[in-house]
Design a protein around this ligand. Structure first.
Ligand SMILES: [Zn+2]
Length: 452
């Protein structure tokens, strides 16, 4: 009943969302082939629209002699040039459709970005984004009106924004813990409210939720078990998922998105991979030449937002690396699967001979012994030497032997020219609520060299 009421209210604020939600629930039951065919039809329409109505795309296509009619089959999609962060930064006004009005049709979103360089994009106001959120919540047995507890950045800074959010969420209630201020007192107060309100959903930044889980475990607290825990905004390791589930006795679900195009993919209850929202988005994984990787192969994530005609985002490289999975999910949904995003393109270490050890590998070095450490970070200094920084779990039997085994495993990979050491620490600093598992000053230096 509350779900219906909520949807009706939302529909009055954002017409079209309910129909989009019903369509989304129908589409996920179609076969993978049907979903793919529909995705390709929408993709071609978007490219044709962009050419006709958006100066940026018309210029760019003309410059390289590409015409939307060149897209005959899926394998032709690599002919469409990729869109970079720099393109958006330099040309965002030219990326607006001639059918749109800036003041009327868009919300302006500025993202911090993990690279620290802010980026401004336009979000089409009428795009029914909430439909994808509602579908995801439905997978986890939650309604859009469900009460939430969030460990996130506090965005409601004025009474106006608080009021607005209150209206949007009603009758659902939101509990908030500011991820930037995770003091013992703040966490204790939040957990008291959490127990009182008993929200079925705990949501938030991986780093923040993980910190809260650590607190619950270290204080031996027994807290309310929600129905689902939704982690967002950055990759997490099995260690973290394990710890969070131990503290809250609920399944952790991974959701993938980015600020430029919110919802992209999410896990269903079987957790065999993340279902890509290919009915409203297109996610490609590109090799170095810009062609699609085969299933199972890692590549650069390229996003096309099928819902954003007035500000087309086509083959946008958001800086992440990932891969598609060939298998179908046993839940029966036709939306194809991608693997968990393990890291950003910059999350890797370089060897003096030009070799690379990927972030996908580095983030899993403790997967065989998730209980041995509470947190870790692989840090490469400018002289190529590598430090595995860990917050060890003192109760773990045979800890020293395990840590040394992990160090040797990594040293084997790097070879004798790179020193690999291990350092036990009490804290690993986070960047805006996110822990970077892999940091390389060599990669950072190269990136700076490229930018200048
Ligand atoms: Zn599934």
């Amino acid at each position: 009943m509350n779900s219906r009421l909520y949807r009706l209210k939302y529909e009055s604020l954002k017409p079209g969302t309910c129909a989009a939600y019903e369509r989304a629930m129908r589409v996920e039951r179609l076969s993978p082939d049907e979903i793919e065919a529909d995705n390709w039809r929408q993709t071609r329409e978007l490219v044709a629209y962009a050419y006709q109505h958006v100066p940026f795309y018309r210029n760019r296509f003309d410059q390289i002699g590409f015409h939307p009619e060149d897209l005959r089959e899926q394998s032709d999609f690599h002919l469409v040039p990729v869109l970079t962060k720099r393109d958006i930064r330099d040309y965002r006004f030219e990326m607006v459709s001639d059918e749109a009005r800036l003041s009327r049709d868009f919300n302006t979103i500025t993202t911090g970005g993990t690279t620290g360089e802010p980026l401004t994009v336009f979000h089409v106001k009428r795009a029914p984004r909430a439909a994808l959120l509602w579908r995801m919540l439905a997978w986890w047995q939650l309604g859009p009106e469900s009460d939430w507890a969030s460990v996130y950045r506090e965005t409601r800074t004025s009474w106006r924004s608080r009021l607005r959010e209150g209206v949007i969420n009603w009758p659902g209630r939101r509990l908030m813990l500011d991820a930037a201020h995770l003091t013992g007192d703040a966490m204790r107060a939040f957990l008291q409210d959490f127990d009182r309100l008993q929200p079925p959903l705990l949501h938030g930044y991986v780093g923040g939720v993980d910190r809260l889980a650590e607190f619950v475990l270290s204080q031996n607290l027994t807290v309310h078990a929600p129905r689902a825990i939704w982690l967002t905004s950055s990759p997490f390791t099995r260690i973290q998922a394990h710890r969070i589930e131990a503290a809250f006795h609920a399944p952790v679900y991974d959701q993938y998105g980015c600020c430029e195009v919110f919802y992209l993919a999410a896990e269903c209850p079987t957790r065999e991979g993340l279902h890509m929202f290919q009915d409203r988005r297109r996610i490609d994984f590109l090799d170095e030449s810009g062609r699609a990787c085969s299933d199972g192969e890692y590549g650069a994530v390229a996003i096309t937002d099928l819902d954003s005609r007035l500000f087309p985002i086509i083959r946008y490289l958001n800086g992440d690396r990932g891969r598609a999975l060939a298998r179908r999910c046993s839940c029966g949904r036709g939306l194809p699967l991608m693997d968990k995003v393990q890291g950003r393109i910059s999350d890797r270490v370089l060897l003096p001979d030009g070799g690379v050890i990927s972030g996908e590998l580095l983030t899993t070095i403790f997967d065989d012994t998730p209980d041995a450490v509470r947190q870790f970070q692989v840090h490469q200094a400018a002289d190529y030497s590598i430090t595995i920084r860990v917050i060890p779990n003192p109760d773990y039997a045979g800890l020293a032997v395990r840590l040394e085994a992990v160090r040797c495993k990594l040293a084997d990979l790097t070879g004798p020219v790179v020193t690999v050491r291990l350092e036990s620490v009490r804290e690993i600093p986070q960047e805006r609520g996110k822990l970077r598992f892999v940091r390389s000053d060599v990669v950072g230096r190269e990136a700076q060299g490229l930018a200048s």
